[in-house]
Design a protein around this ligand. Structure first.
Ligand SMILES: C[S@@+](CC[C@H](N)C(=O)[O-])C[C@H]1O[C@@H](n2cnc3c(N)ncnc32)[C@H](O)[C@@H]1O
Length: 243
């Protein structure tokens, strides 16, 4: 079976939106790890005077991480799924947080314009049909020197990392998906991680898209070797390397 993509993936997230927060709450450290990736953007002064984009914000877990770590930043959350966004919008947010319903591939058309000082994309890139085009668009939305953090399941490349991922999926994620009626979405999670770049390959993808100072940072707990934060910067001079 092919991976869920585009409209089919959005429909699956729409259907699963009501259960999403309860399911991620079962993942120890989910929110703390998002905050860790938000801190890795290293914006000074709590983000005062800075604009930050949360691409693929879902029900707002990553937005909340940004809001906590950057208490003075303006934050824009964007997601393709109306169902996920409805959940995000229903939460209490300070005025400096706003949400836009749009696919990552069509930000300009939805009125999302740069420059942003930083972009966080948590659990998004593995889901995209055209990750390279979106990376280039994100680079162009960033101010010169602006920072990207991608928080993503991307296996470390050791055989043990793949074994851990398979074991977690077979033991926890797939049974939970079946029990909650979100089988297609959680099967997609399993298979999309197995099919996605390894961490070194995704870092190379970031460099090809024109990001510099790219680093792959580990996350603690069972996610070590399975989930990473990738950080990079748009060149201070502007467009960066390869287009
Ligand atoms: C696994 S959720 C992660 C949500 C949130 N970032 C978090 O950390 O909890 C992935 C989100 O990406 C969104 N998404 C997938 N493809 C997208 C696209 N092409 N454009 C915008 N959002 C997309 C989905 O609708 C979903 O809400």
């Amino acid at each position: 079976m092919p991976l869920l993509r585009d409209a089919a993936l959005t429909a699956a997230f729409d259907r699963g939106a009501g259960r999403y927060d309860r399911l991620v709450a079962l993942n120890p450290g989910y929110h703390a790890q998002l905050r860790r990736s938000a801190r890795r953007l290293r914006l000074p002064d709590g983000g005062a005077g800075r604009r930050v984009l949360d691409l693929g914000c879902g029900t707002g877990a990553s937005t909340a991480a940004l809001a906590a770590v950057l208490p003075a930043a303006e934050i824009v959350g964007v997601d393709a799924s109306a169902g996920m966004l409805e959940r995000a919008r229903a939460k209490r947010w300070p005025d400096r947080v706003s949400f836009v319903h749009a696919p990552a591939e069509e930000l300009g058309r939805a009125g999302v314009h740069g420059p942003f000082d930083a972009v966080l994309a948590a659990y998004l890139f593995r889901n995209l049909t055209g990750p390279d085009a979106v990376l280039r668009a994100v680079r162009d939305l960033l101010a010169p020197g602006g920072r990207l953090a991608v928080h993503e399941y991307a296996l470390g490349g050791r055989r043990a990392d793949r074994l851990v991922w398979d074991a977690v999926c077979r033991g926890v994620i797939l049974p939970l998906g079946s029990a909650t009626g979100d089988r297609a979405l959680y099967r997609h999670l399993w298979r999309s991680v197995a099919a996605f770049d390894t961490a070194p390959a995704f870092a190379a993808r970031l460099r090809r898209a024109g990001f510099e100072d790219v680093r792959v940072l580990p996350l603690p707990g069972w996610q070590t070797g399975v989930t990473h934060t990738f950080v990079g910067r748009r060149t201070a001079g502007g467009t960066g390397g390869a287009r």
